[in-house]
Design a binder for this molecule. Sequence first.
Ligand code: BES
Ligand code: ZN
Ligand code: ZN
Length: 459
Amino acid sequence: MTVQLSKAPSGSVPIHLVDRASFASLTKKLPAATRRWMATTGFDGAPDTHSLVADDRGHLKAVWAGVRSASHPYALSSLPKSLPPGRYRLGKDGLEPDERAAALSWELGAYVFDLYKAPRREPAQLYLDASHAAQRGSLEATAITAIRDLVNTPAEHMGPADLAEVVKLMAQAHGAQFKEVIGDELLKKNFPAIHAVGRAAARAPRLIELNWGHPRHPKVTLVGKGVCFDSGGLDIKPADGMRLMKKDMGGAANALGLATLIMACNLPVRLQLLIPAVENAISGNAYRPGDVIKTRKGLHIEIGNTDAEGRVILCDALAYGAEGRPDLMIDMATLTGAARVALGPQLPALFCRHTDLARALVDRGMAMDDPMWHMPLWRPYHAGIESDIADIVNTGKGPMAGAINAAIFLEDFVPQDQAWLHIDLFAWNDTSRPGKPAGGEAQTVRTLLAFLEERYHRG
Ligand code: BES
Ligand code: ZN
Ligand code: ZN
């Protein structure tokens, strides 16, 4: 961790926060030479810029950092990799600091995926008093870091069994129950759709499950798409489309990260985490286009395309989750390219039968800079996923509304009266921005945690 929750050591350099609006008033008491230096170098408090201030002997005396606002979740994210390595603390000459945002934004900005390669440089270290706010920011950053690491780890080192191991360790750390159904056991325990998608891979498919919390608390079930690699199956993807498919377990990674936060914050809920984990591979026993697959719920799926595998594994997990009658079920999945065509990489698509709930989540996400956007479960399109020979087909009839088709497919496996959120996300940054490095990314996790805290606050 590059944020230290302990007293700042002597010699640590203060970072004063400033925004454009307050730049003139906050810097007016500075020595004339410092103000001239800022003017000469063009520092005006713009977000993600900073000014290094030296003392008379040329030692670093202070940093002035431009922020959107002190409470912005990425407020300090540009600093850890650009300030000279060393020890820093929050200063008091600028805007009132927000320790939660400071801890979160610093840690997110310091992130590097260093499993195979040493980082280019040491990040600068921030010392913060171990306040409740700072701890909360650090906790969120730890979960987001774990999500990024999981998504960034190549499929070779993050197969279904590796994902299960991560959940097992998580269960041990929080005193939760862990179980899994592996390989042919999936058939015996009635998860035929998960088995069908995963059976061709050298690494056995499985359903990973974690349970935690007090039996009397309301149940929240999280489901994450855990496709550890998506080759497309027999409907094989072209090279371009396959290149990033190590990240097809991004839904699982996000669900898992949200689950750790729920447990770490000790939310008064009974948590169930379900991860159907498979590799969508090609082999002699691969499931085929045109096959008809039985599901846990009893509905039969005609396979229009083996690359639409996510909805096939999720339908068994959702049906199983719903059997436990949770107060709320949330699934997260890198489900469709179509959701990205519609909304791009930064905006996960949220589907929910309750418009009020969806809109409240959209508003909350925007306010927290952890956004999602509401899309409709448009029933009339259901005609387009009906099959001549089975109950439902896993592809639409044409090129349109791909994200909606996938969502209304899933809807068939969620009882009408079950509160349910479906989030179709990208889990990836194509480019690097402060606090959002290229590679695996957490999406909607902070927003969902805040929403769950409000929904299930301790009375
Ligand atoms: N994992 C992909 C969806 C995906 C692709 C998400 C690229 C993010 C980026 C999914 O399994 C898939 O291949 N979906 C197909 C469905 C189609 C065959 C109906 C898609 O979206 O093209
Ligand atoms: Zn696919
Ligand atoms: Zn996929």
